[in-house]
Design a protein around this ligand. Structure first.
Ligand code: HEM
Length: 272
């Protein structure tokens, strides 16, 4: 994403088309849009502030509408481009995968050894890998899973009980109660991932085949890794998401590699 030194405070009337070309204050607005509710411990307080549109709820509302407008401009622009090309495509779920890829490329920039394994795997496959070939990109698959463990695109999810119920662990849930699960915290639990839970290690998802010495992906229980939810309401687009993400990763890194070879004739350099 291109960055800019220009500023646009929430609610400013600066040229709205700017939003599609640059990301002024976006991270600050995003932080404000997501942070307030996650850290609010007493719902009654933010509900009152929301009702009167005051304090943190007022700035929260402005930040949400700025982020929404920024995202909608990108979606609108992309839809227009697709229409011009005569293509029809849904973009809604793509936003989850594309937002997450920012974390992925950042993590690659911090871990050159993972980056070179990813590039090596890309080079071993054709430029436009077909479906079967994309499935073969096991190291990239593992690195994506590892990145989503640390930075899940849906970090917190809440459900409301339609009726009285009892959870498998014995906890009683009354009708109307809200129950949350927290993939962000679960991905960082030592009891689930070991003492090296803080490390970005795609290898924890891989096993070396005895004979061929190639990598094999080891699936984790989705109740331990509920990044796509688990059970009957698991994400229906999971496979599609991996397919898209792997193709984007391969495309972007090939492009960077070519660019770097042309400019400096050396391996990929990411800005840090
Ligand atoms: C990295 C990308 C993605 C992640 C992390 C993700 C995660 C999730 C999660 C956590 C849920 C459960 C939401 C809830 O019940 O509250 C969900 C549901 C769903 N997702 Fe995804 N998703 C991703 C991409 C996609 C894509 C690309 C598609 C479509 C092609 C898709 C289609 C769906 C559908 C249809 C459901 C509803 C399933 C149901 O309720 O039975 N997702 N996803």
């Amino acid at each position: 994403m291109e960055s800019s030194t220009s500023t646009m405070s929430p609610g400013s009337s600066k040229d709205k088309s700017l939003a599609t070309n640059s990301a002024p204050n976006l991270s600050a607005m995003f932080e404000s849009a997501t942070g307030a509710r996650l850290t609010a411990s007493i719902p009654l307080i933010w509900k009152i502030k929301k009702f009167f549109n005051i304090g943190s709820e007022k700035s929260h509302k402005m930040a949400v509408s700025e982020v929404k407008e920024y995202a909608m401009n990108i979606v609108k622009e992309k839809k227009q481009k697709l229409e011009q090309l005569g293509e029809k495509e849904s973009l809604d779920d793509d936003l989850l995968s594309s937002g997450f890829l920012t974390w992925y490329f950042w993590l690659l920039s911090q871990h050159p050894e993972v980056q070179s394994n990813v590039v090596k795997e890309i080079k071993e496959h054709s430029e436009e890998p077909a479906y079967e070939e994309v499935k073969d990109l096991v190291y990239i698959h593992a690195s994506l899973c590892e990145c989503m463990r640390l930075y899940p695109p849906v970090p917190l999810d809440t459900k409301e009980a339609l009726n009285d119920d009892v959870l498998p662990g014995g906890m009683v849930v009354k009708k109307g109660m809200r129950v949350s699960y927290f993939p962000y915290a679960m991905g960082r639990l030592e009891s689930l991932w070991g003492s090296d839970w803080a490390e970005f290690k795609p290898e924890r998802w891989l096993q070396k085949e005895e004979n061929s010495k190639s990598w094999r992906f080891v699936q984790r229980d989705s109740y331990h890794y509920p990044v796509f939810q688990a059970g009957p309401r698991i994400c229906l687009g999971k496979e599609m998401a991996f397919l898209q993400m792997k193709r984007v990763v391969a495309g972007v890194l090939r492009w960077c590699q070519r660019l770097n070879e042309k400019l400096w004739n050396q391996s990929i350099i990411f800005p840090t």
